[in-house]
Ligand binder design. Sequence first.
Ligand code: NAG
Ligand code: NAG
Ligand code: NAG
Ligand code: NAG
Ligand code: NAG
Ligand code: NAG
Length: 429
Amino acid sequence: MKSLNPPTISFDIPRRIKDLHNNKLLLWILLLPLSLLLFLSLSSPFLSHFKSLLLLSSPPPQPPFPTKNSNLNNNTTLLPKEDLHKKKIGVCLVGGARRFELSGPSIIQRVLRIYPNADLFLHSPLDDKSYKLGLLKDAPRIASVRIFEPKKIPETESRLRVLSAQNSPNGIQGLLQYFQLVEGCLTMIQDYQTRNNFNYDWIIRTRVDGYWSNPLRPENFIRGQYVVPPGSSYWGLNDRFGLGDLNTSIVALSRLSLITQLDQAGLRNLNSESSFKAQLTTQNVSYITKPLPFCIVTDRKYDYPPSRYGVPVAAMSSPGPLNGAKCRACNPVCTGPCVGPIMNGLLKGWSWTQWANGSVQLCDAHSDWEQGWENIFDKFAGPKLAKARKRTLALKMGQCVNDFEKMRNRTAHWAAPSSESICGLGLDL
Ligand SMILES: *[C@@H]1O[C@H](CO)[C@@H](O)[C@H](O)[C@H]1NC(C)=O
Ligand SMILES: *[C@@H]1O[C@H](CO)[C@@H](O)[C@H](O)[C@H]1NC(C)=O
Ligand SMILES: *[C@@H]1O[C@H](CO)[C@@H](O)[C@H](O)[C@H]1NC(C)=O
Ligand SMILES: *[C@@H]1O[C@H](CO)[C@@H](O)[C@H](O)[C@H]1NC(C)=O
Ligand SMILES: *[C@@H]1O[C@H](CO)[C@@H](O)[C@H](O)[C@H]1NC(C)=O
Ligand SMILES: CC(=O)N[C@H]1CO[C@H](CO)[C@@H](O)[C@@H]1O
């Protein structure tokens, strides 16, 4: 027990397995280290929750909001970290594996391990990079994994009326695939809730290609409001991350099924961000933007410097928070006073992103990632992430299959092609 201060409290509990879902309470109590008990006995609001946990049968009662924060006891209550460790949290991780050797270890370290009680739900389309997903074998808890072969999604009249193909690399079909990816994760969560007869308190929705430079902090758990990053709003709402309680998350993640409602509301020509915003507003879900320390790792090329409608590409090494801006590993070409004029040239409601206080440093992303980017990454990401990157890129077929089998053994619900075929798609025998 190294630290008991937010945001890095980590209950150092040995590998959690499926059985834990059945004997959770018992194990939880047995494994609570003595030092933590001492800490608990010094911290009275925590103690009363803990006592009730010991004395009452499961499920543990919902503790009241702590009295020291009672002046904040309304819809925008910030839950203290200790409380979150007793809540049911689902983490929905969606998207293709692409450069998961860079993003994955950061997600494990700065999202999943910060909330070690959270259940991971992985929803990812199968491709020749899917083998990289095996590194999730190190995730604290895995509830459900679905790796699927993408199929064409019907472009109904209603969907064609509401959505716009503009600025979507793969047109309306691309949008629908993305919406299904997100909503499918909600379906996985709801199935899991039904099967195990409980509801999550919180759902964290994040992307496989998100690189987290700092931990996801507990201030981002706000009841009754959906939390998204500022900027990159493309006439709508930044849809690269979201966090909310179960009710708001159900609305936020129902991206495909709510299109009918948007149609009935007469909405037309929406892109991903504007339909996301419309689905929250038409369902009366309020949202709030909060700075978030992640960026979206992209292989795509973008003109430099970006023009009004251009897209800025940040260096992954930027101090941040990058709020889900696009990024790559680069030696930044624009830092300090160079950044302001470029960012001020971007349209505010489009690709613009918060850059104040030196948070953003820009890459020239007009061609491929620069030579030597691996060393650049290793330097800013540190030895742990560098090691994970090297291991994934040097992975052999046998290791990969073994990783997937390990992960499968720890996962309650597994729907994916065989480990051999996932690994075989991307690795030589
Ligand atoms: C909740 O409390 C915060 C902080 O005191 C305050 O700013 C906010 O207006 C309150 N919200 C409601 C709905 O009462
Ligand atoms: C969530 O929605 C359900 C059904 O609509 C409602 O009964 C419940 O009170 C809501 N919970 C919160 C925390 O708003
Ligand atoms: C949202 O609020 C408006 C106005 O209060 C109401 O007419 C509408 O029925 C609400 N919609 C939903 C889905 O709750
Ligand atoms: C920049 O720093 C100042 C001073 O610390 C602070 O007041 C301001 O909120 C910061 N701006 C952003 C966007 O973080
Ligand atoms: C997975 O579990 C099975 C049966 O419990 C066991 O035989 C196998 O060795 C395990 N595989 C790994 C990689 O842990
Ligand atoms: C969790 C919670 O307190 N939700 C409340 C937020 O505020 C609305 C009305 O403003 C209430 O209906 C909710 O119950």
